[in-house]
Design a protein around this ligand. Sequence first.
Ligand SMILES: Nc1ncnc2c1ncn2[C@@H]1O[C@H](COP(=O)(O)OP(=O)(O)OP(=O)(O)O)[C@@H](O)[C@H]1O
Length: 453
Amino acid sequence: MNTVIEKWDEILNIVKTEHDLSEVSFNTWLKPLKVYEVNGNVVTIIVPSEQVGLSYITKKYKLPLQVTISEVAGMDNCDVRFILPEDVPAKKTVSSGNSHTAQDIRCEEAHLNPKYTFDTFIVGSNNKFAQAAALAVAESPGEAYNPLFIYGGAGLGKTHLMHSIAHFIIEHNEKSKVLYVTSEEFTNELIETIRNGNNSAMTKFREKYRNIDVLLVDDIQFIIGKESTQEEFFHTFNSLHSAKKQIIISSDKPPKDMEILEERFRSRFEWGLIADITLPDYETRMAILHKKEEMDGYNINEEVIKYIANNIKSNIRELEGAFNKVMASAKLEQKDVTLELAEQALKDIISPDEKRVITPEYIISIVAEHYNVTTADLCGNKRSSKIVIPRQVAMYLCRELTSTPLKSIGKSLGNRDHTTIMHGIEKMEKEIITDSNLNNTIDILKKKINPQN
Ligand SMILES: Nc1ncnc2c1ncn2[C@@H]1O[C@H](COP(=O)(O)OP(=O)(O)OP(=O)(O)O)[C@@H](O)[C@H]1O
């Protein structure tokens, strides 16, 4: 790997320290910069398009970057050039791990998980129709079915399918503007915009959502009943739909069963195509576990795969979680992956009456996924706010949703002391009162963890 690419984080941090940049300046201007390529002494850097500051960055940071790159990478006369993602030749593959193709950047900007593609989506009888509908929409956005409404229970693959559509469109339509948001992000962004209270913030919000070609909104059920969000979404929907832009929505229920859904929404959601995802059958569960085994590079005793597939039936997220738990336990205990080990590792998850047991581990995994961090991050010692807040949210939810003693919650969260857990919970209790975004997020997480309530 090229030294500039390899040491890119270090280079940025040196510029930050030497120029005494505040966190906000660093996060706004430097952190989003990505090396596109290093060619001789020319380092080309991509400035994400949402940053208006190409000329500002050039004026302010070109020289500091040139000097630091020359020092750290030992390059003579380093010349830095900045480009925007749209100036990057499409699909150019760059071999280094840190370099980004134009497509990667568009996927990042659309908030997509790189693993959720049609290639990694296992098709079974439970999702065949939804997958075919998703592919049709991906191939002809705005033409085939608009909106596409996908519904199904928790952890059954709605998000995966939505991201697959978005990836496909980005790959096949160089110019398409694609945006995936959860309804929570939409709500929180709107709350923030309204709180700012100025017209230009609102105009910006509207421009962002109405100036795109494909909008994907996940878990729409969480905005139903929230009046101003609902109203704003209604206008966004109308504006995009009348311009023949593609809308894809997911929910836990079909429109006809959403009790407090107003008629104007119900009819709109039914304009296009409604596709459901139901529980996977045994063969599909086996296929998903085999795919996971292959992707993670394992070769596991078939009995163990069958044991997991036989016992976890109602949620693919839990199916994958059980698989991960067995593998983690084998690693920790340095043992082979046997049926006995799997039974032991999963004894808290697989209950005799097949009821879902809400354990701190389950809560931690849902919180981690929700905040796009790993469970290891939550259980580890990182102190950045990106990790600290989800960690405290996990503490709070473990306390609220289980009767686990503080000491055991601490144990599940990386052997933390019970006073740390208490402190985290108390902090969350106070913040929920004043921070409506956090309150909204906690509400959504509770529903995700325990959809029955
Ligand atoms: N058909 C499938 N093939 C492969 N993996 C799948 C499939 N369906 C779901 N998964 C995996 O299961 C996990 C949960 O799926 P996903 O997040 O898409 O569920 P969801 O229906 O959106 O859940 P929620 O309603 O709770 O948000 C993901 O890791 C996803 O990759």
